[in-house]
Design a protein around this ligand. Structure first.
Ligand code: MLT
Length: 240
């Protein structure tokens, strides 16, 4: 299988994704939120681009008898009137089991929405990396790891997370790596304790300055979640 990496949502060429399997990564923190929410029993997560669209979606669902919860961030902080921030630790079983969550984030939900031309879209983070690799290892199509990045720029955290999954995948099956995916693998294999690497990352330091250390410690955990959320094109939402 051919493997490639795209370094940020701004670098997505939607036509390039056709017939390919896309793995969207925003480990700090949107895809960690999605993996956690679905793992804790959320019925679905609807990824939305803007705050206005999210509020509109909530009203639309309400008119159909569905009481959805709103989650996400702008500049990493809570959006006025929303139920949750973008902290995965808030999405507990008690609060979200059986619920529909409408999520809007700066980079993560944008990357997912820009990936819709792909054949399949899987949602990945460090938390569920091994489960994602298990889901990928028998695929025949090309695989693209899409890093959500930070405000259109490359981010060290998403890149090393790609490297971790590429490293695992190469142990399972024969992979033809582009130079950028080979570099991700090498970087991961030389920085297995990823905190030492990502503590240099811009977004890591933004979250730290907001006293969100607990989110950081949680999001770097490897393989504690055994499920793979995927984007259901017919329902426009993410589910298990
Ligand atoms: C995003 O989608 O930009 C992020 O997940 C930002 C954040 O850490 O809240």
């Amino acid at each position: 299988m051919n493997i490639d990496v795209i370094i940020s949502a701004n670098h997505i060429n939607e036509e390039y994704l056709k017939n390919k399997i896309v793995v969207v990564i925003d480990m700090l923190r949107a895809t960690s939120v999605i993996a956690t929410a679905i793992n804790n029993g959320a019925k679905e997560v609807i990824p939305i681009l803007t705050v206005e669209e999210a509020l509109k979606k909530k009203e639309e669902l309400k008119a159909n008898g569905i009481e959805a919860l709103l989650g996400g961030e702008r500049k990493a902080v809570k959006i006025d009137g929303f139920d949750f921030t973008n902290s995965p630790l808030e999405y507990t079983k008690e609060k979200i089991e059986g619920k529909t969550i409408i999520l809007t984030t700066t980079n993560g939900t944008r990357a997912i929405n820009l990936s819709k031309k792909a054949k399949k879209i899987l949602i990945a983070s460090m938390l569920n990396a091994r489960a994602v690799v298990d889901a990928l290892k028998n695929e025949k199509e090309d695989i693209i790891f899409i890093n959500a990045g930070t405000n259109g720029e490359f981010s060290m955290d998403d890149y090393i997370c790609s490297g971790y999954m590429i490293s695992l995948l190469c142990r399972e099956t024969c992979c033809n790596l582009s130079d950028i995916s080979k570099t991700a693998k090498i970087i991961y294999e030389n920085n297995i304790n990823i905190i030492d690497f990502i503590k240099e990352a811009k977004h890591y330091n933004i979250l730290k300055s907001l006293n969100l250390e607990n989110d950081l410690y949680y999001c770097i955990k490897k393989d504690i979640i055994k499920i793979v959320p995927y984007f259901n094109k017919y329902k426009n939402s993410i589910e298990k």
